[in-house]
Design a binder for this molecule. Structure first.
Ligand code: MN
Ligand code: MN
Length: 309
């Protein structure tokens, strides 16, 4: 735990990132409408993050219906929002590596059952926020989320979790599941004051609420290998490490670094050499629709502060 004075500066950056993330999320969601292209929605949202003085902590995820996470359009993507759809927008902003991670689901069209999924994800998130404080076990948060979601006759996705956040590290080690198995309470870690945690329940009606890798996506992360064999790729790779600050990036963002027709072959080769990895699109094989809600919180002695309010 940092002393109060140095944590004051950290807190200030976390809150600034949170405010930008919250504004950019509202802005992005306001463009989610039938027939709108995913590419323009996401591009506009990422531009907004930069215009507000933040940097994206990862490419904006736009996950439609049974997709849960890790879909971001490529430059060639012509997909449009359907007439009736659940659209999850998930975005992250960082200020000097201090990250805010937040998500919201927009219902396009009208449908009571889909609307209930949106409300259930929100209810799970709010129950977690009401429960979070220093000293409590993660298990109690999970229990609060699953209880709130089951009361609304929905099920939490079991293999997607919230997560602790550290500077330049989005998934820092502590996971916050949306399900609480009774035997696991006493082995569940406790939350500490000043911990930063993203809470993100996903609601569905599926009988098998576990997501799978559905297809390769257009989000990439830096992997272990640091030295591509060819000189050309080595210089591209060092530009990428600086430009993307070692955080997840999109194939779209490569246009600033390399000619457009070289993007796909360069990424393939970097992946083959173990320098980067791909985040597959996650979703439900039975095509059941999913809603998600997410906020980033700072754990306090008597509760928590929502940075992305
Ligand atoms: Mn997120
Ligand atoms: Mn998250």
């Amino acid at each position: 735990m940092a002393d109060d004075e140095s944590f004051g500066k950290v807190r200030e950056k976390l809150l600034r990132a949170g405010k930008i993330a919250s504004d950019a999320l509202a802005f992005t969601c306001s463009h989610v409408k039938a027939d709108e292209s995913l590419l323009s929605i996401v591009g506009g949202g990422e531009d907004r993050i930069h215009a507000l003085g933040g940097k994206p902590a990862f490419p904006i995820n736009i996950s439609v219906n049974h997709h849960a996470a890790h879909y971001t359009p490529s430059l060639e993507d012509r997909t449009q929002i359907p007439e009736l759809a659940l659209v999850k927008i998930d975005l992250g902003v960082h200020i000097d590596g201090y990250v805010a991670d937040t998500a919201k689901t927009v219902l396009v069209g009208e449908d009571e059952n889909l609307q209930r999924l949106v409300e259930a994800a929100e209810a799970g998130l709010q129950a977690a926020i009401q429960t979070a404080r220093a000293g409590i076990r993660v298990w109690n948060i999970s229990k609060a989320i699953s209880t709130a979601m089951r009361q609304m006759k929905t099920r939490p996705i079991e293999n997607l979790t919230g997560h602790s956040i550290e500077p330049f590290n989005l998934h820092a080690g502590v996971s916050v599941p949306a399900v609480a198995h009774s035997g696991e309470r006493i082995i569940s870690p406790r939350l500490n004051e000043q911990m930063v945690v993203a809470i993100e329940p996903f609601a569905t009606y599926s009988n098998n609420p576990r997501v799978d890798n559905l297809e390769p996506g257009h989000i990439f992360g830096f992997a272990r290998a640091q030295n591509p064999r060819s000189a050309e790729l080595r210089s591209l790779f060092s530009l990428m490490k600086v430009k993307f600050a070692q955080l997840p990036f999109s194939s779209r963002w490569m246009v600033e670094l390399v000619e457009r027709d070289k993007i796909t072959p360069s990424l393939h080769q970097l992946k083959r050499e173990g320098c980067i990895h791909n985040y597959p699109v996650l979703g439900l094989r039975d095509k059941s629709p999913i809603a998600q809600a997410e906020h980033t919180i700072i754990i306090e002695k008597d509760g928590c502060t929502v940075t992305t309010k």
